[in-house]
Ligand binder design. Structure first.
Ligand code: PFF
Ligand code: NA
Length: 446
């Protein structure tokens, strides 16, 4: 049986910290910049910002709202709310797809978390100090080419995630989020400052903010929309689960705005930090998932005190990755716990080990299984594409359709504290703009 009543967040701040811990992670600092580089710069950024505002924000609010009303885990919440509204329990499938998406994402997320751990340790050893772009690039390629090394770091990262989730101490991390997030933000700003000294900052601004609208095609839009879901931790039921701990008084819209702005600013600042280094060293912006690992060490290598800064940066990045990773594992663990006789520790081990095993397939696709393709994609890319571009938007679409079309319109606008105009805008967004946007993106990109 699901818990019917559970404790609530002690305050709005605690809630924001937990949500930010999940939202801010590798998606902002690792994934956003390389996708910008991959998808041609400013056109992607522009579409991404539109997706965040018109689709991401309303879905975030919708997921919290569903969670707060249901007071249960996502699967039961969707089923129950649907039943109250006279609908079938098919909505439970949506919750299930969310759990599965979290599991699939964590498998490859952990591989990148491992890269971050590896760079933390290598910074201690001064591996990157004074190296040129070629050497840094070779070091990264060397890492990719070594299944054993990748496996060791991926395993260590998963051990940390499993350890934290098994002990159920996730809440204890909020205090740490409060100090580490600002520190990470500060270090990114230091890197932006370094970028300004390279003479390529103007070029970076143009690359990121002066869009060539001709470059916008279905692929760019699908990528941008997927990234909006990924970065805000949407479409996985995680935000619903968090919402179920939310008190009546918390202002959902205001809180969502805070979180969305924070997440977006961190991603943009990461881009502003990375592209000057790309251009100054004649690197390829579309280098892919390795982008931050071949650029940032160059900056740290040439800043005074850079070895220490690099160490701190990758440590903070690893921490941000961990707080996101635990929120990815949590739904799988709760799912197993509720459906089997396993204890929390047992459920965490089973879920964690399964994730770890799938992660091995993901990391092998960077080397020995490089030629093994699913629908033309390597395993890593396939997992990423399947989840970000398809599973998350579809689950998110279901959530917003549910709020827009199934819940009582007036009770929702009361709950959100909307005035007349606000209620109309919200109604249009949740009924038409966001869902139709998601559907159009699918149709045009297929
Ligand atoms: N939002 C996280 C990031 O940007 O790194 C990744 C993530 C965490 C996605 C949790 C989904 C999720 F449920
Ligand atoms: Na994010």
């Amino acid at each position: 049986m699901a818990k019917q009543l559970h404790a609530q967040w002690s305050s709005r701040l605690t809630f924001i910290l937990a949500v930010t811990g999940s939202a801010v992670g590798l998606g902002n600092i690792w994934k956003f910049p390389y996708m910008v580089g991959d998808s041609g710069g400013a056109a992607f950024v522009l579409v991404y910002l539109a997706c965040i505002a018109l689709v991401g924000l309303p879905i975030l609010v919708s997921e919290w709202l569903i969670g707060r009303r249901g007071q249960k885990n996502p699967i039961n919440t969707m089923t129950e709310l649907a039943r109250q509204n006279g609908r079938s329990s098919a909505w439970g499938v949506v919750g299930l797809s969310g759990v599965l998406a979290g599991f699939l994402i964590l498998s490859f997320y952990s591989v990148i978390g491992g890269w971050s751990l590896s760079y933390t340790v290598n910074s201690i050893g001064g591996t990157f100090t004074g190296q040129d772009a070629d050497t840094i690039g070779e070091l990264f390629n060397g890492l990719l080419a070594s299944p054993g090394v990748l496996l060791a770091w991926h395993s260590l990262f998963m051990v940390l995630v499993i350890g934290i989730v098994a002990r159920g101490v996730t809440k204890g991390l909020e205090g740490a989020v409060r100090t580490m997030m600002p520190a990470l933000g500060l270090l990114l700003l230091v890197l932006v400052g370094y970028g300004m000294t390279t003479g390529h900052f103007g070029e970076t601004l143009g690359f990121m903010f002066n869009p060539d609208l001709g470059a916008v095609d279905g692929g760019v839009v699908l990528a941008a929309m997927g990234q909006a879901f990924f970065t805000l931790s949407l479409g996985m039921g995680i935000m619903m689960a968090y919402g179920s701990y939310l008190g009546e008084k918390v202002d959902l819209l205001r809180t969502a705005r805070t979180v969305v702005i924070l997440d977006t600013v961190i991603a943009l600042v990461a881009g502003l930090a990375i592209f000057p280094i790309v251009f100054a060293n004649g690197l390829d912006p579309s280098a892919g998932p390795g982008l931050i690992f071949v650029t940032l060490p160059l900056a740290f290598g040439s800043l005074s005190g850079g070895a220490l800064l690099g160490l701190i940066f990758f440590l903070l990045l690893t921490f941000a990755a961990l707080t996101s990773a635990i929120s990815l594992l949590e739904p799988t663990v709760e799912f197993i716990e509720e459906r089997t006789p396993l204890s929390r520790v047992g459920a965490t081990l089973v879920g964690g080990i399964a994730t770890w095993a799938l992660g091995i397939a993901a990391l092998l696709s960077f080397n020995v299984w490089g030629d093994f393709l699913i629908l033309g994609l390597g395993i890593f890319d396939f997992l990423d594409t399947l989840t970000s571009k398809f599973m998350l938007p579809l689950t998110g679409l279901a959530a917003i359709l549910f709020v827009g079309w199934r819940l009582d319109r007036h009770s929702v606008s009361n709950e959100l504290g909307l005035g007349r105009t606000g209620a109309i805008v919200w109604h249009l967004l949740t009924r038409f703009v966001a869902p139709i946007g998601v559907i159009i993106v699918f149709v045009t990109s297929l």
